[in-house]
Design a protein around this ligand. Structure first.
Ligand SMILES: [Zn+2]
Ligand SMILES: [Zn+2]
Length: 424
């Protein structure tokens, strides 16, 4: 039996045994569905279901590799012509995926190879191949508890520092899910958000990531040789930046040094900033100053560089196209991710706090549904390097091409799903 046929059978069995675990999302019948089957890498779109039972039946019957539904609501979600579907608004979707930001551990567990010349490397590939200039790479990206923790903290900050305080969104309007692979998404079901245009969504994406902030609007200005800083009374970004600066100034000098080094400030300027630390803290925290920012060596441009550096620490690295696109499909909760065999796990904000996807103690939140400690499968590794993987508290690998291994069911399902191993 081919690996895909084997996995499909597993998925079919899962979906037929766990029918009740497939939830009904809001406005279910107004959403477009999409499936990627096992036999070809193509999304079958423009599907819709009247009843939850119909979806559950289809999943059990076909056991698709990936299952998606739209953030968009349509009058006729299954109409083949996008313009004839009857657009009824779109939930705001924010995707945070490890693929889109740097984590130090990627150097240890992700590999890439150039599709043109075969050059290989670790971590994230450059924009263009160093050897041949081509920009198409084959990536082998691994799930990793450290990367996932960083993605999770981003979601927590996104909710508590941005969505709830700045947009007046209720916690109950947030639909958070672990993707089953390398990230999380939030779907916001809020009437005002639903009616936003793509441009409006782009502005929100910029706001969340802290791109293109106008510091002048926040109060920053140069006037007769003085530089006036941000006004703290302005809520939103002004307050976030000022709080962050205050934290920085109250912390150890090494934190300041670290940040300024990252921003390429000279040794002299870093020293000068550190020497003015307490005075600067007094200026920004006491009410009776004019908020004039004067540190030797810091011009208007120097301050802008500094503020951009602070904003980058606060902003959230989201996958912007997902938020801007109003016809995007996202993974359906409760379904299986075809590159891991893990479940797309819905979570409340409170559940998220302690959620550990690769070793989750709460049974009802555990995405590793094929966990089988005592069921071993024999596989042959067909990819050149598989890094060490830590899953359910156990460590597997590293493996190399040609290795014959015996691993528990859930690890086997993941390696087969990633197409780096074959059944023996
Ligand atoms: Zn190349
Ligand atoms: Zn990692």
């Amino acid at each position: 039996m081919s690996e895909n046929a084997y996995l499909q059978r597993l998925f079919q069995r899962y979906y037929s045994e766990k029918r009740e675990d497939i939830p009904k999302v809001n406005s279910f019948e107004k959403r477009e569905f999409g499936f990627i089957p096992w036999n070809k890498q193509i999304m079958i779109r423009h599907l819709a279901f009247r009843e939850l039972g119909d979806l559950r039946e289809k999943l059990a019957l076909e056991g698709p590799r990936h299952v998606y539904s739209s953030g968009t609501l349509y009058e006729e979600p299954d109409h083949l012509d996008m313009n004839q579907k009857g657009y009824n608004g779109c939930d705001l979707i924010i995707d945070i995926d490890v693929d889109h930001f740097f984590t130090p551990c990627k150097e240890h567990h992700d590999t890439w190879s150039c599709k043109e010349c075969g050059l290989t490397g670790k971590g994230m590939p450059d924009k263009k191949c160093k050897k041949c200039g081509n920009n198409k790479f084959k990536n082998v990206a691994w799930v990793c508890d450290k990367c996932l923790e960083i993605a999770k903290q981003s979601i927590v900050r996104l909710a508590h520092d941005f969505l709830l305080p700045d947009f007046g969104i209720q916690e109950s309007e947030l639909n958070i899910a672990f993707s089953g692979h390398r990230g999380y998404h939030i779907k916001i079901e809020n009437e005002k958000m639903r009616s936003l245009s793509s441009d409006g969504r782009r502005e929100i994406a910029d706001y969340l990531s802290g791109n293109n902030i106008s510091y002048e609007i926040l109060g920053f200005k140069s006037k007769s040789n003085n530089i006036y800083g941000l006004r703290r009374e302005n809520i939103g970004w002004s307050q976030k930046i000022m709080d962050k600066i205050e934290d920085l100034l109250k912390g150890p000098s090494s934190d300041i040094e670290h940040l300024l080094e990252k921003l390429n400030f000279s040794k002299n300027k870093i020293e000068s900033f550190k020497n003015s630390k307490d005075v600067f803290l007094h200026i920004i925290t006491s009410k009776n100053t004019q908020n004039i920012w004067a540190i030797e060596g810091y011009s208007h441009n120097g301050w802008i560089t500094f503020l951009n550096g602070i904003a980058k620490e606060i902003g959230i690295e989201i996958d912007e196209p997902v938020t801007i696109d109003i016809h995007r499909l996202i993974r359906y909760p409760g379904t299986l991710h075809g590159k891991t065999g893990f479940k797309v796990q819905e979570l409340t904000l409170k559940e998220l706090d302690f959620f550990t996807p690769l070793d989750e103690p709460k049974k009802n939140l555990d995405p590793i549904v094929f966990y089988g400690k005592n069921v071993n499968l024999k596989l042959k590794i067909i990819d050149n390097v598989i890094p060490t993987i830590k899953i359910k508290g156990e460590t597997f690998g590293p493996y190399k091409e040609g290795d014959i291994i015996e691993v528990p069911n859930h690890v086997a399902v993941m390696l087969l799903s990633k197409e780096v191993a074959t059944l023996l």
